[in-house]
Ligand binder design. Structure first.
Ligand code: DC
Length: 226
């Protein structure tokens, strides 16, 4: 079964995806980490963000993999072509570069194939921007998770502080969130938008536990109707 969680940056998708996966015994797939890995590799190779062809080749040629610890649905490590990039893909520099990379159709196509291959191998909570619309349009559960810009910026700062990587300047993070939403929603290829049959949840209005419980209810209902 696939549970698709889409929504803008900082809406709480990762936290919710991990908790739902843990409760249901599913694995998690963070598709944003895959776009970030391509952006990181482009930087390593000195590939310009304008060079769509070269960015597409990176996404096709490098295998992105996730290392899991037994019993933990969230991967401990993200590997790009075998190199551990877990922390390097969370820097402010990658935050700035990644939406250009994500707007390249060749990158999206290559990652779509990797995402489907991973997700089809088991029960997954998959988080991203186009999971319910493009990657897994037949997902059993589709959620579109949002929160106010300010709340999302506060959460991203807290997350960066905890991880010890990325900007911890609230105004900088808020500006980046607004800029990235605009880029992700207005691009031609698989823009950020809710699937028609997605359940909209505004996480500003609910506690994390309420959001998790609601998604687990939806999964149970989907399972009962199978
Ligand atoms: O969720 P995140 O902030 O780690 O995502 C990083 C970038 O990747 C973000 O700018 C949007 C893009 N992305 C995308 O276009 N499609 C996805 N399925 C996931 C992420």
């Amino acid at each position: 079964m696939i549970i698709a969680i889409d929504g803008p940056s900082g809406a709480g998708k990762s936290t919710v995806a991990k908790a739902v996966a843990k409760k249901l015994g599913f694995s998690c797939l963070d598709t944003g980490a895959m776009f970030r890995s391509v952006a990181w590799q482009a930087d390593q190779l000195g590939v310009s963000l304008e060079d769509g062809e070269a960015l597409g080749s990176i996404a096709r040629d490098y295998q992105i993999s996730f290392q899991h610890e037994p019993g933990d649905p969230a991967p401990r490590k993200v590997l790009m072509g075998g190199v551990d990039v877990t922390s390097q893909i969370r820097t402010a520099q990658i935050d700035r570069a990644v939406s250009s990379v994500a707007s390249v159709p060749g990158v999206r196509q290559a990652l779509l194939e990797q995402q489907r291959r991973i997700g089809n191998a088991g029960d997954y909570v998959v988080e991203g921007r186009d999971i319910g619309t493009v990657v897994f349009p037949n997902a059993a559960v589709k959620v579109f998770l949002t929160a106010s810009n300010e709340e999302r910026a506060r959460r991203r700062v807290a997350q960066n502080l905890e991880r010890g990587v990325g900007s911890t300047d609230y105004e900088e993070v808020l500006a980046d969130i607004i800029r990235r939403d605009e880029a992700d929603s207005s691009r031609a290829a698989a823009p950020l938008r809710p699937a028609e049959d997605a359940e909209h949840i505004d996480s500003t209005a609910f506690s994390v536990e309420q959001v998790i419980d609601r998604i687990c209810q939806l999964a149970q209902a989907a399972r009962d109707s199978e």
